[in-house]
Design a protein around this ligand. Structure first.
Ligand SMILES: O=C(O)c1cc(C(=O)O)c2c(n1)C(=O)C(=O)c1cc(C(=O)O)[nH]c1-2
Ligand SMILES: [Ca+2]
Length: 680
């Protein structure tokens, strides 16, 4: 027998991973061979060696530094102790879990100065594994196949239809029956969503399906686009701005029905008055769409947020489950998209079964029996500002939920992040405009954010949800939004990393907290569990970030991206965590108070997406400028133009801002710091 961890061993165990093996693994769930464990993405492990009795004895087995400084969102994929996980900037790490040591790494060398081309941090949610190859979607839109044993490149293709629009890939590819499927992000920038399937062996394109119609003066790609175009108003010239609907995260597969399910994203721009002035559902935004897995042909859709107006993506991870509804067994999709409602949909035909809000919401009062939301008219006001609840961060974002058939409960990271939306009067295409949020780096959403301070309060909680009764069974409250994805097991456990830097295990039935370990920094990714040589392990990749974590944090310490692996009786020592150096509130920058107002407008257009509000936010994995040093802010133009932080993802603002603009930004930063400083 080949020694474990050798190239021959890796070739043998990863070479055996195909669709049949991924399906067969469900019987034991000994391995974790794909993003959500199985094609149904239940994240329910049948392993019960770690259980409510011994979970208190969990200890660190090993930790592995990913060396990254930005968000880590990947769920590790593991077969016979060989782990593949990604860090920020789409860097892949292969780790031998028997030793906790590196096997190889692969850096796709994404141009860091283009980090601004994605809305929400330079993250990656992980790899797919198939017949000896590892697949990763690089942030710049390439799909790359690697030799699982060596990390050397087998093939690479550019998945982007054009490079003018800001497309990125953050999601994990999925592999079904020899095809790798991947979507992309970009609906904050003016992009048209699509998913593409490639031959896993060669990289040759098999099919592509667009999520929204293109320019109606050109032929429709297929019948589904022709049908969809009738639900858009051409007066909005939506195709110039892409239309949106980007499929940047969830894709699942039902091998028996031979359907793949794609969750589609928000409208581009968000504001429907600008995108489609006469209204309309704007298919297939914010929908679950079923496609034939062989051909990519549209089969059915269910739209969760008709005529999306609030960045209510339906890209949140879905789970396929077989449950009894009214006493009858049903094949369903469980889904908790950004819009705050928990959906149960029949996955054979897309028929609506039920929807119930899992947090407080103010944009709709519920869903009628046809599956249409009963909207609150103020939520779409063209004239008045609206505190959307949920806001654009969503009541649930990409953080995976899990479903435990033994308890019948879904474990859902729910949250509220207050954002106020004020509609813009006219749409300008990709142009820097004062006060237009992120416009200097290409954001184009048709709303001004937080021009009026929101009145609702932030929260984060783990919700155990009964999808049959459509009700909450228990919850755990956290100090912050943006907590990690969940894992549930036959040991009657739920595991979750938290924004405040802990790894927690709960009793899955009751919600009783049974164990926790510090993680050094906030955790956003979901854990995985697997068996190696007869022993069960739990691993979690940790690295604070994602869209909320760019500018905010909830820990006093920080740590580089790290994979932690725990086992009963594990005795390894935790790494030392560095204290987060926030700095003091800025002083000493001379400025003309008359510049503050204009500086605010420019800051909102150029800096706010990453740096947050000076002095108010505490800084996430990007520093808050209100707590920067006097020296640095005094020399701001040397940072803004061809500056030293381009390799960390900061854009070069040459040609986008002027030196006079920078003086006004300095005035705003110092002025804000002065305004919030406690009076002596
Ligand atoms: O519209 C899009 O294309 C798009 C893409 C992404 C992404 O690719 O990460 C996010 C979002 N939208 C988004 O709305 C969002 O809240 C979000 C959070 C995150 C993250 O990784 O933390 N990505 C994204
Ligand atoms: Ca979005």
């Amino acid at each position: 027998q080949d020694s474990k961890g050798s190239a021959a061993h890796i070739r043998a165990v990863t070479g055996a991973v195909d669709s049949a093996a991924i399906v067969a693994n469900v019987k034991t769930t000994k391995d974790w061979p794909s993003y959500g464990l199985d094609y149904a993405e239940t994240r329910f492990s049948k392993l019960d060696q770690i259980n409510t009795e011994n979970v208190k004895q969990l200890g660190l087995q090993w930790s592995y530094s990913l060396g990254s400084e930005r968000g880590v969102e990947a769920t590790p994929v593991v077969v016979d102790g060989i782990m593949y996980v990604t860090a920020s900037w789409s860097v892949v790490h292969a780790i031998d879990t028997r030793t906790g040591k590196k096997l190889w790494t692969f850096d796709p060398k994404v141009d860091h100065s283009k980090g601004y081309r994605g809305c929400c941090d330079v993250v990656n949610r992980g790899v797919a594994l198939y017949k000896g190859k590892v697949f990763v979607g690089a942030y710049d839109g390439r799909l790359i196949a690697l030799d699982a044993a060596t990390g050397s490149k087998a093939w690479e293709i550019d998945t982007l239809i054009d490079h003018e629009h800001s497309y990125t890939i953050t999601g994990a590819p999925r592999v079904f029956n020899g095809k790798v499927v991947i979507g992309n992000g970009g609906a904050e920038y003016g992009a048209r969503g699509y998913v593409t399937a490639y031959d896993a062996e060669t990289g040759k394109q098999a099919w592509r399906w667009f999520t929204v119609p293109g320019d109606p003066s050109k032929p429709f790609e297929d019948e589904s686009m022709e049908k969809a175009a009738k639900t858009w108003d051409p007066a909005g010239k939506w195709w110039l701005n892409g239309g949106g609907g980007t499929a940047w995260d969830t894709i699942t597969f039902d091998p028996d029905l031979n359907l793949i399910y794609v969750g589609t994203g928000n409208g581009s721009p968000w504001n429907r008055h600008l995108r489609s002035p006469a209204g309309g559902d704007n298919l297939y935004l914010a929908s679950i769409v079923a496609l034939n897995a062989d051909t990519g042909k549209y089969v059915w859709h269910y739209q969760e947020t008709p005529g999306d107006n609030w960045d209510y993506t339906s890209t949140q991870p879905m789970i396929l489950a077989d449950i009894a509804i009214d006493g009858k067994p049903r094949k369903v999709i469980l889904h908790a998209p950004k819009n705050g409602f928990f959906f149960v949909i029949d996955r054979t035909d897309g028929k609506f079964i039920s929807a119930k809000n899992f947090v407080d919401v103010n944009w709709a009062t519920g869903y009628d029996s046809n599956g249409r939301p009963i909207e609150v008219p103020e939520a779409r006001s063209a004239d008045k500002s609206f505190d959307a609840i949920p806001g654009p961060y969503g009541a649930h974002n990409w953080h995976p939920m899990s479903f435990n058939p033994q308890t019948g409960l879904v474990y859902l990271p729910a949250q509220g992040v207050p954002v106020n939306l004020t509609g813009e009067k006219a749409l300008t295409q990709n142009k820097m405009e004062p006060f237009k949020f992120g416009s200097t780096t290409g954001w184009n959403v048709g709303f001004t954010l937080n021009a009026v301070p929101p009145k609702n309060l932030p929260f984060g909680r783990l919700v155990a949800w009964d999808p049959v009764q459509q009700k909450e069974v228990w919850r755990a409250e956290y100090v912050s939004p943006w907590n990690g994805g969940t894992l549930t097991t036959a040991g009657n456990l739920v595991f979750q990393g938290t924004a405040d830097g802990r790894f927690v295990a709960y009793n899955a039935k009751t919600g009783e907290k049974l164990w926790e370990s510090p993680l050094g920094t906030g955790a956003v990714a979901a854990p995985a569990t697997y068996m190696v040589d007869g022993v069960q392990y739990v691993s979690i990749a940790v690295g604070w970030g994602g869209v909320f974590g760019i500018s905010a944090r909830a820990t006093e310490t920080e740590a580089p991206g790290t994979v932690y692996t725990f086992a009963v009786g594990g005795k390894a020592k935790m790494p030392e965590f560095a204290k987060y150096q926030m700095g003091n509130l800025l002083t000493g920058i001379e400025y003309d108070p008359k510049d503050v107002a204009e500086g605010t407008a420019i800051y909102v257009a150029a800096c706010a997406t990453c740096h947050g509000v000076p002095g108010v936010d505490r800084g996430g994995n990007v520093k808050n400028l209100g707590y920067s040093t006097t020296d640095r802010i005094a020399h701001l133009k040397d940072i803004v133009f061809k500056g030293p932080f381009r390799d960390k993802g900061m854009p070069d603002f040459t040609g986008k801002l002027t030196e006079a603009d920078v003086v006004k930004i300095q005035a705003f930063i110092q002025g804000t710091a002065d305004a919030i400083r406690p009076k002596k």
